[in-house]
Design a protein around this ligand. Structure first.
Ligand code: ADP
Length: 286
């Protein structure tokens, strides 16, 4: 199969999947809750696994499929509690599907909007979890490029998992959601040097993580709200940064500020992870 030969992804037989209700809609298709049944090896009845299945909209051109599978294969390489895990793919028949771990609470921005009264300890745990997942991605030489609360998923125990990485590369200029449309929103999360050069790096992910932390303490309102997209780069170049959210402890805000420094001065994810774990342990902040 396309998946097996080129990317050694686990291929799942469609008859093992029963699609249930939709969970959300993305640029490429609809994500459904689904049951994944075990291979029929005996007559014994076994309970299916509950999963999330991304069903890609048709028509998807050949190159598009290859791009998506290349990205998914990256996902398949990372095994970390804070990176959404891949179960398998369906590529032998249309529509193309990606079967992944179910995160019942959906994306982090939605959770933040629905729960405006979260304690600092809960917010710190969210930031901590994302730093863990990002540490794992960077350890595998993967740059996310589109880190934002909307691209983090929340599981049944309210633990966060980085999802949708490589999103920027998956975008195909011929699909309905063009690059330009994605960029309209993404610019608020992108480091200024990447806006200028279009080059992403480990340190541009760290900038985005600072913005994501700001979202965690701001109930996921739009960063730099009130400022037009076209004015954001100059706003940052003039030395402005996102203001400290109302209930955000100073030490947490200092971490955000460290993410918005010169590229080489930004703390790497292992450092952010350790700092957030220490803040979580400290009753003064948590
Ligand atoms: P996009 O293409 O915009 O990045 P996706 O297609 O990945 O978005 O996902 C669309 C929506 O489906 C998400 O916002 C989220 O609410 C939901 N979703 C995606 N993956 C999962 C998952 N593994 N578990 C639960 N919900 C998910």
């Amino acid at each position: 199969t396309l998946a097996g030969e080129a990317w050694s992804l686990p291929e799942i037989e469609r008859r093992r999947v029963r699609i249930l209700e939709p969970l959300g809609e993305g640029a490429y298709g609809v994500v459904h809750k689904a049951f994944l049944f075990k291979e029929v090896v005996s007559s014994a009845v076994s309970l299916p696994q509950t999963v999330a299945v991304k069903v890609f909209r048709l028509p998807l051109r050949g190159a598009g499929i290859r791009d998506i599978l290349a990205e998914v294969s990256v996902l398949g390489r990372v095994r970390n509690a804070h990176v959404v895990s891949l179960v398998g793919v369906i590529t032998t028949e249309f529509p193309l599907c990606i079967v992944m771990e179910l995160c019942t609470h959906g994306s982090l921005d939605g959770v933040l909007r629905r729960h405006p009264g979260l304690f600092n300890s809960a917010r710190l745990l969210m930031a901590h979890d994302v730093s863990c997942g990002m540490e794992a991605l960077h350890a595998q030489c993967i740059i996310h490029r589109d880190l934002a609360a909307r691209n983090v998923l929340v599981d049944a125990s309210f633990r966060c998992k980085v999802a949708d990485f490589g999103h920027a590369r998956r975008v195909d200029g011929t699909t309905e959601h063009s690059h330009a449309e994605t960029d309209r929103f993404a610019i608020r999360w992108v480091a200024p040097e990447a806006v200028l050069t279009r080059r992403f790096s480990y340190s541009t992910d760290i900038w985005s993580f600072g913005v994501l932390m700001w979202e965690i303490w701001s109930h996921a309102v739009l960063p730099y709200h009130g400022i037009a997209n076209d004015d954001i780069l100059s706003h940052i170049q003039e030395g402005n940064v996102l203001a400290r959210p109302q209930d955000c402890p100073k030490r947490v805000y200092n971490l955000m500020l460290s993410c918005w420094t010169e590229p080489t001065a930004r703390p790497a994810f292992p450092v952010l992870h350790t700092s957030l774990a220490a803040l979580l342990d400290d009753p003064g902040t948590a």
